[in-house]
Design a protein around this ligand. Structure first.
Ligand code: UT7
Length: 332
């Protein structure tokens, strides 16, 4: 019997209308467009301003876009996985909220938290349900409302993050397209450098935790940078070597968009020309679980059936990994 592989057969996305520019940020904290562009490479980011709306608001729009583009009805979906660090609520899963809003019935759903690696880990997980034959249509979502946990008085964090959502449809391929291989790695030692101090079971919300601003992102940027720059490049080169791929064989690197310097270092280690690197950090910032699908969504019209992609990421945990994927369709 032909081995089933899990192919991405469509992509949808959504970013909020409101654009927070570096100049506007410079009125909120002591920073400048020049510092942010040189150190990170971000010009602007989209922010969800709708009162009372969270991550599922954006993800629902992304999934509706995906279903429309792929001409899929919600009843056909078997599984929904939502990667996020900013769920609507601690429970139930945001995936279930999205599924309900979209009209998906009879599927199972769950959230997955692997920091900025969430989408890649969810893609890896979803592909196994397809390869095993258990599911035929799986939706993988990467969505985050980072503005809900960013302290806009902290200049070390405020410029970095943005809001957005992306979703892909995974279906079985009998042509060997889609996910070819993956390398996933984690090291919990990284938790000290990137975390949210309060709001979980160790430190439930209290007046004190709010006064101490402990519900916002804490990041010690330099160690995170050092780990990210080496691990994202290591794992990308490792998966290339494992499959005897040279830079010529690769159509695009799809890198997590955390810092332009990390992306460039990864591409350099892979010996890839800059035009083979998907980049949109300048306009969206780091949208955590949404960076990878937002990149693929923007480059979709340039991708051809059979193109080799290396998707790689690094995030809180620490978590990191790479997926080698063959693109499954020509521009429509
Ligand atoms: O997506 C999950 C994984 N996350 C990442 O991959 C993020 C990795 N880390 C980074 O990208 C970088 O470490 C940052 C962008 C967060 C920071 O860049 P950096 O080059 O590591 O800067 P730094 O923290 O070493 O700070 C350098 C200087 C400091 O001033 P002094 O001590 O040299 O006087 C900071 O106070 O820059 C100062 N600084 C700022 N200046 C203007 C820090 N933030 C700002 C700011 N504007 N926004």
């Amino acid at each position: 019997m032909q081995k089933l592989t899990a192919a991405i057969t469509g992509i949808g996305a959504y970013v909020p209308d409101y654009i927070l520019t570096n100049d506007e940020l410079a009125n909120m904290v002591d920073t400048s467009d020049e510092w942010i562009m040189t150190r990170i490479g971000i010009k602007e980011r989209h922010i969800l301003k709708e009162e009372g709306e969270g991550t599922s608001f954006m993800a629902t729009k992304a999934v509706n876009d995906l279903l429309r583009k792929t001409n899929t009805s919600p009843e056909e979906i078997d599984l929904v996985i939502c990667a996020t660090v900013t769920p609507d609520h601690l429970f139930p899963a945001t995936a279930s909220i999205i599924a309900d809003k979209v009209g998906i019935k009879g599927a199972f759903h769950f959230d997955l938290n692997a920091g900025c690696s969430g989408f890649l880990y969810a893609l890896a997980t979803g592909s196994k349900y397809i390869e095993s034959g258990m599911c035929k249509k799986v939706i993988i979502i990467g969505a985050d409302k980072m503005s809900s946990i960013v302290d806009y008085t902290d200049r070390s964090v405020a410029p970095i993050f943005g809001d957005g959502a992306g979703a892909v449809l995974l279906e079985p391929s009998e042509e060997g397209l889609g996910v070819q291989d993956m390398i996933l790695e984690s090291d919990g030692v990284g938790r000290q450098f990137l975390h949210q101090k309060a709001g979980g079971s160790v430190k439930p919300p209290s007046h004190e935790s709010i006064d101490a601003r402990e519900h916002y992102i804490f990041q010690d940027g330099q160690p995170v940078f050092k780990w990210a720059v080496s691990k994202m490049a290591d794992v990308s080169v490792e998966i290339m070597n494992k499959h005897n791929l040279t830079a010529d064989d690769i159509a695009y690197l799809v890198p997590h968009q955390a810092n332009m310097r990390i992306i460039s270092a990864t591409a350099k280690r892979m010996k890839l020309d800059p035009e083979k690197v998907m980049i949109n950090i300048e306009r969206y910032g780091n949208t955590t679980a949404a960076t990878l699908p937002l990149c693929i969504w923007e480059y979709e019209s340039k991708l051809k059936k059979g193109d080799n992609l290396i998707i790689s990421t690094f995030g809180a945990g620490f978590t990191w990994g790479a997926i080698y994927l063959k693109w499954a369709y020509d521009p429509k």
